[in-house]
Design a protein around this ligand. Structure first.
Ligand code: ZN
Ligand code: ZN
Length: 407
């Protein structure tokens, strides 16, 4: 049997609920998507509970499921994926966090969680913190996009089981969740680091200049999302030797793909936001299929419009993704899957547990009677109702990659 290539297109948070502004249609129903419709018509559609019915997925747990892992078994927190997405290597025993550069006053009250959305010279601030040691634990710290940064604690006897602080008013301290010595130590070190970040950053020339210019200083680092690296088998091992790559702009999903052993293909102009170069990403995916068995193509922006409750923005972006898919229709010998990692309804402005539509098209494969790609039509499709972690197994089976089970 000939094997086929696999292309998985994930439109983050694309699935939605009926919108008043669209006379009760969802953004995907209202959008003109002739290319997705054509794939739905030639292929099979269905609905998917990405993790399980009623579970509200995060983008990280959802993508673990879409890559074929059981997130409830392997997920160990967001920090390691963010750190990997910013190009840091996360080792066994590390505890990783995502961080904000924030502003506190002299009473350690948080006055701006994003330090005026600082976007410049955070590399200089990060350099002042990177490499310091606290109780023998190494601090690895790197700036991300805008006010974001990542932190790794590296050394003996650490554990990620500590309380979250995502303070809106007062910079509280971290505590051990279950009173185990390792997490107590981790909380203690993180509290010391938080205090040191204030001492070092409040005197930093970049911040002195910001104060002079009337801008809020980025005078503290606030960490959250603690996690140790997940123990996942590599994507290739997990899927009978499939060699995979990912085209993704946002660091969380990028890091997750990297930790799972996918090669990351950097595309100039891919920002992980609404200004991303959609066509460049799609073209890069088509090119990558020459070398790889599996390519994941990810677009973040539908989720951002969902969080903002921006219905026209979401409709427009979905249409722009669809336009870029015209060349995908010409692909030979390739199974194409289009789906979302979760719903981000504009009315909810957040992720919800609503199932997402999914379509699978491949030359010579079955088709059903569905003619359009959206939440409503997908209900009557031939794929029925599936779970997220089954999708990858279905795709590799259809591509002829799965060995026979039994004689
Ligand atoms: Zn997402
Ligand atoms: Zn989201």
């Amino acid at each position: 049997m000939d094997t086929m290539k696999l292309l998985m297109i994930i439109c983050d948070g694309m699935a939605d609920r009926p919108c008043q502004e669209l006379n009760g249609m969802t953004p995907l129903e209202a959008a003109e998507v002739p290319n997705m419709d054509s794939l739905a018509k030639k292929g099979q559609s269905g609905l998917m509970d990405v993790i399980a019915p009623g579970i509200v997925p995060g983008s990280d747990t959802a993508h673990l499921a879409l890559l074929g892992y059981d997130p409830r078994k392997v997920y160990t927190g967001r920090g390691p994926f963010e750190a990997a997405g910013e190009g840091l290597e996360v080792h066994k025993g590390d505890v990783a966090f995502r961080c904000n550069f924030s502003t506190v006053d002299e009473n350690m009250c948080v006055t701006d969680r994003r330090a005026g959305r600082i976007s410049q010279e955070t590399d200089k601030l990060a350099a002042a913190l990177n490499g310091i040691k606290i109780e023998g634990i190494e601090i690895i710290f790197k700036e991300g996009v805008d006010h974001r940064a990542v932190l790794i604690l590296r050394g003996h006897g650490l554990h990620p089981d500590i309380t979250e602080i995502d303070p809106h008013e007062l910079c509280k301290i971290f505590e051990s969740k279950h009173n185990i010595p390792e997490s107590k130590k981790t909380a203690r070190i993180l509290n010391k680091f938080t205090k040191m970040s204030y001492e070092i950053l409040s005197q930093h020339p970049v911040n002195l200049a910001r104060i002079e210019e009337g801008k809020p200083p980025a005078n503290i680092v606030l960490a959250r999302g603690s996690g140790s690296p997940p123990n996942v088998p590599s994507f290739t091992e997990h899927h009978n030797g499939l060699k995979g790559a990912a085209i993704v702009g946002i660091s969380l999903v990028k890091g997750l793909c990297q930790v799972s052993g996918l090669d990351i293909i950097d595309v100039p102009g891919a920002t992980g936001s609404t200004d991303t170069d959609i066509n460049a990403k799609t073209e890069a995916a088509i090119k990558a299929l020459e070398t790889y068995d599996f390519v994941l193509l990810h677009f973040k922006a539908p989720d951002l419009y969902g969080h903002d409750g921006d219905v026209p923005g979401k409709v427009d972006f979905i249409q722009r993704i669809d336009e870029s898919l015209e060349k995908i229709l010409e692909l030979k010998n390739t199974i194409i899957c289009v789906t979302a990692d979760h719903s981000t309804p504009c009315s909810a402005k957040d992720h919800t547990a609503d199932s997402v539509p999914v379509l699978i098209y491949g030359p010579g494969l079955r088709h059903d009677s569905v003619e359009c790609f959206n939440e409503l039509d997908a209900m009557s499709g031939g794929l029925g109702h599936i779970r997220g972690h089954e999708l990858m197994q279905m795709l590799s089976g259809l591509a002829g990659k799965n060995p026979k089970f039994g004689a």
